[in-house]
Design a protein around this ligand. Sequence first.
Ligand SMILES: [Zn+2]
Length: 156
Amino acid sequence: MQDVKFIVTQELGKLAKWLRILGYDTEYHGEREVSDLVIRALKGDRVLLTRSPAFMKYTGIRVVRIESDHVEEQVDQVTRELALEFSEEDIFRRCVECNVLLEDIEKEEVRDKVPEYVFQTQEVFKRCPQCQKIFWQGTHWDMVGKWLEERGFCSS
Ligand SMILES: [Zn+2]
């Protein structure tokens, strides 16, 4: 995966979740002043993703003006413009809500914390150190799996 971090504006919350699932460090703060987001992008060396024209006048930050309303096409655009790559190891490394890296957790520890069928069928579990939510490979697969397969990033 590329060494690139993102900050996305209020209207792109779904895109932020996708980028996190795909492994990319993505800040999302909901409603914020334009100047505040610009400063955060500068300080954090983050590419700013937005549908708003308000950011185009700022120099010194990289802005990608997102064209589509549909999250799949938004991810396509970011992937194209920044030549992003994905690998199966990078997926599900990051909490979709908190944007922090997940930690490994023993299977035995999740016995009472995940649905029975998940416990029976999954071997690898991870936990968010911030919100304590437990993740496994299939957690978001319904959402991003098809997208990844169609673009040849994943075989499974
Ligand atoms: Zn979390």
